[in-house]
Design a protein around this ligand. Structure first.
Ligand SMILES: NC(=O)c1ccc[n+]([C@@H]2O[C@H](COP(=O)([O-])OP(=O)(O)OC[C@H]3O[C@@H](n4cnc5c(N)ncnc54)[C@H](O)[C@@H]3O)[C@@H](O)[C@H]2O)c1
Ligand SMILES: [Zn+2]
Length: 387
């Protein structure tokens, strides 16, 4: 039985539905038709060659909407392709395919495909409809929700982009059965991030799933009804949490620093973005970098006497359950520190770190309120441990 959630974005009175269910991909035609305007005639599907290799046939088989013409464009996967060059290629494709104002873009893939395609949809003809079919755990619980779209630039991650809400999101958790181990770890790290800022209920839900179904055995469990049902309900719980935060602060208002502002979703991301930047977006999956970022933010919170040892240990325990994160040998601490500045651009020139007063108690602290020496000390210790 598919789950269905309605996500409301009060500020522009738009509302869209997220449907979740095993096997929905091969029945996606009806969903596409119902999610778009009656006037829509052309639909551009953007995917990466890897995802389309796995699920292209299934998607096309399920695409039973005779009045819609399908145009397919495949990009090469990976974070390094998340740039303006790829966007330009997609925009060329949309123009040459005659995708007009009433038409739509569908993303079929992980967060990279979703972010780029959403951005192309936001700027093609000043904005056309966008549907998202996320196929990684990370994009199901995080990237596909909230309307942030965009690409990286040479100055840093996600620095070019737009808010563009989808008209619908379809999640088929069965697609996760082909997801490589590391991508699973990456998604679980983003879930731990959400658990850490949401509270014990969500964090425990994630921890329990990992205890009952250790990650190494996820793949063999997809035929189990119990596992599938737990997985779906966990995805739903994470989406509901993220959607709740986004609804209250759709555009991440820069002056907001309260515990319900959208910025709290950046918990773990100051270090994550810096690590991704200094390693040239090649060594770490985004979610893996978030795994390290969670541990750093937790340790820093403890050093500032904000968070208890017990809560930091709990986060360490859950992060370690998701598997081994890649080694961080040969990473220069000063370079990482410099890379923190990229995040300043997101927050009106002053770096704001999301720390924890405890599980479920995020707090936004301005960089100038944290002694530099403390940041360096914590970073030094952790980079040595992680080498
Ligand atoms: N917009 C947002 O709010 C938001 C939030 C979080 C993260 N993000 C962005 O999301 C991106 C990371 O997304 P991601 O982790 O999904 O990575 P990704 O999109 O790069 O996908 C990871 C890899 O998995 C492959 N893949 C995807 N689905 C698969 C499947 N079902 N089976 C087999 N292989 C599959 C892809 O081809 C790719 O090689 C980052 O760029 C990050 O900045 C955006
Ligand atoms: Zn993230």
């Amino acid at each position: 039985m598919p789950h269905s959630l309605k996500i409301s974005v009060p500020s522009n009175s738009s509302e869209y539905k997220i449907v979740i269910g095993h096997g929905l991909l091969e029945r996606s035609g009806t969903w596409v038709r119902n999610s778009l305007s009656k006037q829509t005639r052309r639909v551009a599907v953007i995917s990466d060659d890897n995802v389309f290799g796995h699920y292209g046939d299934e998607f096309i088989r399920g695409f039973t909407a005779p009045d819609l013409k399908l145009y397919i464009y495949l990009i090469k996967g990976g974070e390094r392709r998340k740039d303006l060059k790829t966007v330009t290629e997609i925009l060329d494709f949309l123009s040459t395919s005659g995708i007009s104002r009433g038409d739509a873009v569908i993303a079929l893939g992980g967060g990279v495909v979703g972010d780029i395609s959403g951005f192309a949809a936001a700027v093609h003809l000043r904005g056309i409809s966008f549907l998202n079919i996320p196929t990684t755990l990370l994009s199901m619980v995080d990237a596909s929700i909230g309307g942030k779209t965009g690409v990286n630039s040479k100055y840093g991650k996600n620095l070019i982009g737009a808010f563009h809400q989808p008209s619908g999101v379809l999640i088929d958790p069965s697609t996760l059965k082909t997801l490589p181990e590391r991508e699973l770890t990456a998604g679980l790290c983003e879930m731990i991030k959400q658990g850490a800022i949401s509270g014990h209920a969500l964090l425990n839900k994630t921890r329990d799933l990992l205890e009952w179904f250790p990650k190494a055995r996820f793949r063999e469990n997809y035929h189990s009804q119990i596992f599938r049902s737990h997985l779906s309900s966990m995805i739903v719980a994470h989406i509901a949490f993220k959607a709740g935060i986004v609804a209250g602060d759709q555009h991440e208002v820069s002056g907001r620093v309260d515990a319900k502002s959208r910025k709290i979703l950046n918990f773990g991301h100051t270090l994550a973005h810096a690590l991704e930047k200094v390693t040239g977006y090649t060594k770490l999956r985004h979610g893996e970098a978030v795994g390290y970022g969670i541990l750093f933010a937790a340790e820093l919170s403890k050093s500032l006497a904000l968070c208890s040892e017990k809560d930091v240990e709990l986060l360490n325990d859950v992060v370690h359950r998701v598997g081994t994160l890649p080694s961080l040998a040969n990473i220069d601490r000063q370079e990482v520190f410099e890379a923190f500045k990229t995040d300043k651009k997101h927050s009106a020139g002053s770096l704001q770190m999301v720390l924890l007063k405890g599980i479920g108690k995020p707090v936004i602290v301005a960089e100038n309120e944290i002694p530099r020496s403390t940041i360096h000390k914590v970073l030094k210790r952790l980079l040595t441990e992680w080498a």
